[in-house]
Design a protein around this ligand. Structure first.
Ligand code: CP
Length: 334
């Protein structure tokens, strides 16, 4: 039995096989691969794309999705080992994961960090608990990484660029009025370096550099491909010659739980917004973002609506890559 918790557990060749199957599924969306199969979609946080694409994807393959929102329509859940459950939680993940495993062939979980203490959040306790107690494969629908988004991004990049090896990928921090999850940024670094990009992380100050776990993985993958992972705070240096500009906002890890102290730094870097002038420095680069995204805050209307923007393609590809993933994890394909 194989989980899909992070792409760090999957080799490039295995991920490429999923992408190749996703291309097939994009051409032939309706099939009976998952006839009689069921997936539980467990959401601790809101979603538009993830919820819809998983639900539609399994339907298109003859299966069925059950969506659960613990605390809102299903019971609030406890995760701590040995907890005295005298607060709001009505059941423990030990029972929930095992019961869902009796009904369903797959369990997918979205559980964002709590944003109070990164040393706690980086353990990814909710999805790790599901994986520990479930007896069917568990899929990460975004926790502290977003591996399904990685696949969708890479499929869109391969469709636009052909080969990715040796091309320049820029992950740029952008302003957002609230501190956001680092998941997509962690994921973008991992997938870009794993697929051979020369990768640059552009962020306002050293405090916005991502967790060392992902920086180290990024450096390792880059080195395996004979490439590098560079950190810069210089906008012009980052954009010059880029083939891909990937935008995301995230909260600075040293300020977890002290967000009022982070705010002045964040507010001083609104100019990191992606605009036409910056994109003009690239080498005919494409732009993307995982969505949802605030227009004229993270990127200008001009950028979102440009021919070089692949935001909708990337979002569409969530459907195709997740169908390939569900097929693979249930044994419907090799
Ligand atoms: N990109 C993404 O995961 O979108 P949702 O939050 O709408 O699911």
């Amino acid at each position: 039995m194989r989980d899909f918790l992070t792409t760090a557990d999957w080799e490039r060749g295995e991920l490429q096989a999923l992408l190749d199957d996703a291309r097939l599924l994009k051409e032939q969306p309706m099939n009976g691969r998952l006839e009689g199969k069921t997936i539980a979609l467990v959401f601790f946080n809101p979603s538009l794309r993830t919820r819809t694409s998983f639900d539609v994807g399994i339907y298109q393959m003859g299966g069925h999705a059950v969506t659960l929102q613990p605390g809102s329509g299903s019971w609030p859940m406890e995760f701590q080992e040995g907890a005295v459950m005298d607060d709001v939680a009505e059941e423990h993940v030990k029972e929930a994961a095992r019961v869902l495993s009796r009904y369903c062939d797959l369990i997918a979980v979205r559980a964002f960090p709590k944003f109070q203490d990164w040393s706690v959040d980086r353990e990814d306790h909710v999805i790790e608990s599901f994986a520990a107690h479930a007896t069917v494969p568990v899929i990460n629908m975004e926790t502290i990484t977003h591996p399904c988004q990685e696949l969708a991004l890479m499929l869109a990049l391969q469709e636009r660029l052909g080969t990715t090896d040796g091309k320049k990928f820029v992950l740029t921090w952008t302003y957002h009025p609230k501190p956001l999850n680092t998941a997509v940024a962690n994921s973008a670094l991992m997938i870009a370096t794993k697929f051979g990009f020369e990768t640059t992380l552009l962020c306002p100050t050293p405090e916005y550099v991502l967790d060392e776990r992902y920086m180290e993985l990024g450096k390792k993958y880059a080195a395996e491909n004979g490439r590098g992972l560079t950190v810069t705070h210089d906008i012009e240096e980052a954009y010059t010659g880029a083939h891909v500009v990937y935008a995301k906002s995230w909260g600075a890890i040293p300020y977890f739980g002290r967000w009022d102290e982070e705010r002045p730094i964040r507010d001083a870097h609104k100019h990191f917004m992606v605009d036409g002038e910056k994109m003009a420095m690239t080498d005919g680069g494409v732009f993307s973002h995982c969505l949802p995204a605030r227009r004229n805050v993270k990127a200008t209307d001009e950028v979102f609506d440009a021919d070089y923007s692949m935001i909708i393609e990337e979002a569409e590809n969530r459907l195709h890559v997740q169908k390939a993933l569900m097929s693979r994890l249930t044994g419907a394909t090799g």
